[in-house]
Write a protein that binds this ligand. Structure first.
Ligand code: SF4
Ligand code: SF4
Length: 321
C-alpha cells in the first residue's frame, strides 16, 4: 500500500478558532483524513513532541501552523515542525501577521506583567509573585516557557512556504490549499493561497462607493443606523475593505459590520495601516489643522484600529522603549 502524505496541524499562540476552522470543513474533513495521514494535531488527538522529534527530517509533507510566537515553547515547536516538514503553511492571521494578540506589541512585556500580576483590579498577589521560567518547589525544579518581549509572526521565526490568512481562514480556501498540496499544483513559494485583489473589488456595496469620498468626521458603527446596502465609507464609517485582501466572502459586510482587516494587506501592500492612512488622507474633507485633528480623533484608538491584525509585521513592529 502506498503511504499517505503525512500532515501536521499545530496551534501556537492563538484562540483555537483556526483549529475550529479545520473542523468546519465538515464532511470534507473525512476526504482530507482519507487522503492524508495526520501525524500531529494536539488539539484533536494525543500526540507528543517526542513523537515528532523521532521522525526523519522532511518526512512530513505539510505542516499547517496557526498562531503567533510569543514564548519559547511556541518557538521550539515551530522550529521542530520546520525541520521535519517539506512545506510549512502559515495558517490564519495570527501566524501570518501576529493577529489581534500582536496588538500587545503596543505594550512592553513589563507593562503586561505588571498589569496581569499586580495592577489589575481583580488581582490578589500580596507577595508580588511573577511567573518564573524556573521555580523550586519541594526540592523539585518546575519550568515554564519563557515569555518574549514581543509577539512574532511565524515567518519572523522560521522559513514559511505558503500563507493562508483569515480570522479564521474560510473552509473553501482551506480545502483549496490542501488540494493544491496533494495535487502538486502549488504557486511559487511565498505565495498567499487566497485572492490577490482587495475586498472592495468583490463587495456588493462597491457600486455605491462614490468616486470622490469626502468625510468630515468618522463614525463608529454603533453611532449610526447603518444602511445594509450602501458602502460604509459613503456613510462615514471607516471600512478597511479597500486595503484588505479578498477571500473571506465579505462575512462582516453581509452582517452590516465594516471590515476590520482580518485578511491582512492586499497583495503588494506591506503595511496595511500605512496604506489605510494614505487612503484616509485622500478621503478626509478637512481644511485646517483643527478639522484634521477632529477627524482623526473621531476614531477611538486609531493605531489599534489600523493595526488590529498586523502590528508585528508592520513598519512599526512594536513599541520602542
Ligand atoms: S469600503 Fe467596505 S463597504 Fe465599501 S465597497 Fe469596500 S468593502 Fe464594501
Ligand atoms: S470582512 Fe474584513 S474583518 Fe470581516 S472576515 Fe472579511 S476580511 Fe475579515
Amino acid at each position: 500500500m502506498v503511504a499517505k502524505p503525512k500532515v501536521a496541524i499545530a496551534w501556537l499562540g492563538s484562540c483555537g478558532g483556526c483549529d475550529e476552522a479545520v473542523v468546519d470543513l465538515n464532511e470534507a474533513l473525512l476526504d482530507v483524513t482519507n487522503a492524508v495521514d495526520v501525524i500531529f494535531w494536539p488539539v484533536a488527538l494525543d500526540f507528543k513532541y517526542h513523537h515528532l522529534e523521532k521522525m526523519t527530517d522532511g518526512d512530513i509533507v505539510l505542516s499547517i501552523i496557526n498562531g503567533h510566537v510569543r514564548n519559547s515553547e511556541q518557538e521550539e515547536v515551530a522550529k521542530l515542525l520546520r525541520k521535519k516538514s517539506k512545506l510549512v503553511l502559515s495558517f490564519g492571521s495570527c501566524a501570518c501577521f501576529g493577529g489581534t494578540p500582536g496588538m500587545a506589541n503596543f505594550r512592553t512585556k513589563e507593562d503586561i506583567f505588571n498589569w496581569v500580576y499586580r495592577d489589575a483590579p481583580t488581582v490578589v498577589n500580596p507577595q508580588g509573585n511573577y511567573p518564573q521560567v524556573k521555580t523550586k518547589v519541594d526540592g523539585k525544579e518546575l519550568t515554564l516557557p519563557a515569555f518574549y518581549e514581543q509577539v512574532y509572526a511565524l515567518n519572523q521565526i522560521i522559513d514559511v512556504d505558503y500563507y493562508l490568512p483569515g480570522c479564521p481562514p474560510p473552509p473553501d480556501l482551506i480545502a483549496n490549499a490542501v488540494n493544491a498540496v496533494l495535487q502538486g499544483k502549488l504557486p511559487p513559494k511565498g505565495s498567499t493561497l487566497a485572492p490577490h485583489k482587495a475586498l472592495c473589488d468583490s463587495c456588493k456595496r462597491n457600486k455605491t462607493k462614490p468616486q470622490k469620498i469626502a468625510i468630515k468626521e468618522l463614525k463608529r458603527i454603533h453611532e449610526i443606523e447603518a444602511s445594509p446596502d450602501i458602502c460604509f465609507l459613503a456613510q462615514g464609517v471607516l471600512c478597511l475593505g479597500l486595503a484588505t485582501r479578498d477571500g473571506c466572502g465579505a462575512v462582516c459586510i453581509e452582517t452590516n459590520i465594516p471590515c476590520r482587516g482580518c485578511f491582512g494587506p492586499v497583495e503588494g501592500v506591506k503595511d496595511a495601516g500605512a496604506k489605510t492612512i494614505a487612503a484616509l488622507a485622500s478621503m478626509l474633507d478637512v481644511h485646517s489643522d483643527d478639522e484634521m485633528e477632529k477627524a482623526v480623533n473621531s476614531i477611538d484608538d486609531l493605531a489599534g484600529y489600523l493595526y488590529r491584525f498586523s502590528l508585528p509585521v508592520s513598519t512599526l513592529k512594536k513599541r520602542r522603549v
